[in-house]
Ligand binder design. Structure first.
Ligand code: USQ
Length: 382
């Protein structure tokens, strides 16, 4: 398959590009280094510095023999997007090319405007490039479980049947996000749904929960192939942050009461999910929504798991309930359906004691790089 990975330099994009190339697909990865720029601007550099996308692909070719074609450019520029689709003729496009940080989108107007315009324009350009140059191409879009928020009813997989005044119809599940970043993902879904209905696009929208992990079967071939692992308050997701805090001897930063429940998944399961979506494309005119998570936990449960695994390898970890910088429910109902990917064949990697211990051991290899001043929250939602 010819697979185009947009946002190919990212935490998920780079491992995805290697994953498909290693399985014999023809892969092109595109990025404009926006995340690297924002990370520099906000002093959010990753735990391990990673080579740029061109250098990574050279290293990957040398150690694996697999090729990844690279283009550097801005997907918010339509001429660039159109040129790529016309030249590469993708059968599948995986669209990760968005500003991915909820805290960044809440810093102020400039950061909110960048998130809004970048995320919506890239999605809009991808849609038009598919319509104009590759109408059969299956669009796999990374959405987020945060689109749904934390409703007091079960979260369905994308759609809900509603009976109203004696009549029935099927609608997108109601959405209510907790950050501007998450709201851009809602708007992406709406735009994709509109064009899918009117232009018969083929779209899979993956509602992903927070991802954790530092390695994949391809990245371990050479330390320079590692994913970008962030542990700061802006780009670090909660599990990755707690791993670093445990290793650095910093009390785990549970925001508020810690009853916030989310659906989590291992980085290796993200790769499985995206591959399953790609291998099972939808029909023209269909928007398929899949909830991409393997298990749900409260923040306090995650902190407890990390403390427990850390203790067994000789690390003494404490947990600190610090004031919550975000506006979010700290105790709430949370019961999402996530059977779609399991039905396609997903074999989940659960957050067992062994898995957490392995993650802690891998984090310890980079303990000397941890900057203590990157850990406490700097962005307030209030
Ligand atoms: N949290 C803490 N302590 C911390 C960091 C986070 O208690 O030190 C809490 C947050 O308040 C939140 C939960 O942990 O309740 C998850 O936070 P997160 O930073 O791991 O995740 P989030 O900001 O929601 O965003 C991340 C990714 C984003 C993706 C999203 C999936 O950065 O790209 O879309 O996870 S989801 O959360 O399901 O919407």
């Amino acid at each position: 398959m010819r697979i185009l990975i947009l946002g190919g330099d990212g935490y998920l994009g780079w491992p995805t590009a290697m994953h498909f190339a290693a399985r014999g697909h023809q892969v092109m990865a595109v990025d404009n280094y926006l995340r690297r720029q924002i990370a520099l601007e906000t002093r959010s550099e990753p735990l391990v510095n990673t080579p740029n996308l061109q250098d990574r692909t050279d290293i990957f070719r040398a150690v694996s023999g697999h090729e990844i074609d690279v283009r550097i450019g801005d997907l918010a520029e339509y001429a660039f997007v159109a040129e790529i689709f016309e030249e590469f003729q993708p059968e599948c496009v995986v669209h990760y090319a968005e500003q991915p940080s909820a805290p960044y989108s809440m810093i102020g107007r400039r950061q909110a405007a960048l998130t809004l315009s970048n995320n919506l324009t890239t999605t809009f350009n991808v849609i038009w490039a598919v319509i104009a140059h590759a109408p059969n191409c299956h669009i796999i879009k990374l959405g987020t479980m945060g689109e749904y928020g934390t409703p007091n009813i079960d979260i369905e997989e994308g759609f809900i049947d509603i009976e109203h005044k004696g009549r029935k119809d099927r609608f997108l599940f109601p959405r209510a996000a907790g950050s501007l970043y998450h709201t851009t993902k809602i708007l992406d879904t709406d735009i994709l749904y509109f064009y899918t209905r009117l232009y018969r696009l083929r779209v899979t929208d993956l509602m992903q929960g927070p991802v954790y992990g530092l390695s994949t079967s391809e990245s371990i071939m050479d330390p320079r192939l590692a994913p970008n692992f962030h542990y700061d308050d802006i780009f670090g997701t909660v599990v990755n942050r707690f791993l670093v805090q445990a290793v650095a001897g910093i009390p785990l930063t549970v925001y508020g009461r810690g009853g916030q429940t989310r659906g989590y998944l291992n980085l290796n399961d993200t790769l499985q999910c995206v591959e399953l979506a790609a291998r099972n494309p939808v029909d023209p005119g269909e928007l398929r929504v899949l909830n991409q998570l393997t298990e749900t936990f409260t923040v306090l449960e995650i902190a407890g798991k990390i403390r427990h695994a850390a203790k067994e390898i000789g690390l003494n970890v404490t947990i600190d309930n610090i004031p919550n910088p975000r506006r979010e429910a700290e105790e709430h109902y949370y019961n999402p359906v996530y059977t779609g990917l399991l039905e396609l064949g997903l074999k989940p990697t659960y957050m067992t004691n062994e898995v957490v211990a392995d993650l802690l051991n891998r984090t310890m290899e980079h303990a000397e790089n941890i900057c203590m001043d990157r850990v406490m929250p700097r962005v307030s939602w209030r």
